[in-house]
Design a protein around this ligand. Structure first.
Ligand code: GLU
Length: 280
């Protein structure tokens, strides 16, 4: 089946954007132009009748800048405090920009511990369903202010795959700072071959993903994206990694153009989200 056919009719989509795609590379401040373009595209997808969920990183990055930190602090309470500041500011920015398009957004902060509980998962799903029915765009992040190392999702690539599985999305798109998956790290090996489509996530592929994207802003490297792909595709959801530098890539993905790397869904009948939540 070609991509056009495969993507036709995809209606419930989860879009994840990382901190490095939302901030300026050299200053670390929010890239308003980028946030505006993202909001515009997502609102336009809503206008086409799609249900859209945004998983956005940036709490830590925005918090650090707001409070004048140059590097990444190590101490957990400091990180959590900065995320609390940054998340509020990030949402304020989103709310302001989305409202220019008359689009209501909602904030959903998730924790791994609540996702491990079947009742909470069901509640979360009902809330998402209701918001989507209301035409709202839920904006999701990890609740970084309470998550500690032992109980965190860790990165939003994984979190977005969990969200996609919980709400039975049709498609997950990761807007990254790289075009997709390469056989080697293209930053160190310019001859690295690009992989447009992945049918099966093999051990070899997982090994290949071990080198990260090299971003110092976000937390999810390629290996986190491959874990996310595994969860999403096992849950029966196609996943695409594409470059978020041009958020209009989202249109191209949905039009079935050959952009990014497509990981093909292959619903595993034994799929059990709990297993993934506890294993990774
Ligand atoms: N939740 C983190 C934040 O908003 C980001 C995690 C990630 O970069 O994947 O700062």
């Amino acid at each position: 089946m070609d991509r056009k056919e495969r993507f036709f009719g995809k209606n419930r989509i989860v879009v994840k954007i990382g901190s490095s795609s939302l901030t300026h590379k050299y200053t670390g401040y929010l890239n308003f132009n980028q946030v505006e373009k993202l909001a515009r595209v997502l609102c336009d997808l809503r206008n086409q009748g799609m249900e859209v969920v945004l998983v956005s990183s940036g709490a830590g990055a925005v918090g650090r800048k707001t409070m004048g930190y140059l590097g990444r602090p190590e101490e957990l309470p400091v990180k959590q405090a900065l995320a609390a500041v940054g998340q509020a500011k990030l949402m304020m920015t989103y709310q302001k920009i989305f409202s220019e398009y008359n689009q209501v957004v909602a904030q959903i902060l998730m924790t791994k511990t609540t996702m491990l509980n079947a009742d909470s998962r069901r509640n979360a799903r009902n809330t998402f369903d209701e918001l989507l029915k209301m035409g709202v765009i839920p904006i999701v992040n990890e609740n970084d202010t309470v998550a500690t190392h032992e109980i965190e999702f860790g990165d939003n690539d994984r979190l977005s795959a969990i969200v996609a599985a919980v709400i039975h999305a049709d498609l997950l798109v990761l807007l990254s700072d790289i075009d997709g998956l390469y056989e080697d790290d293209p930053r160190t090996n310019p001859d690295a071959a690009f992989i447009p489509e992945v049918e099966e996530i093999t051990d070899g592929l997982r090994e290949m993903g071990k080198g990260t994207t090299g971003s110092s802003v976000g937390t999810g490297g390629m290996s986190a994206k491959i874990v996310a792909a595994r969860m999403a595709t096992d849950a029966g959801i196609d996943m695409v990694i594409t470059n978020g530098e041009d958020v209009e890539n989202l249109y191209r993905v949905l039009d079935g153009e050959q952009v990014g790397t497509l990981f093909l869904a292959h619903k595993n009948k034994d799929f059990d989200l709990m297993e993934y939540l506890t294993a990774y």
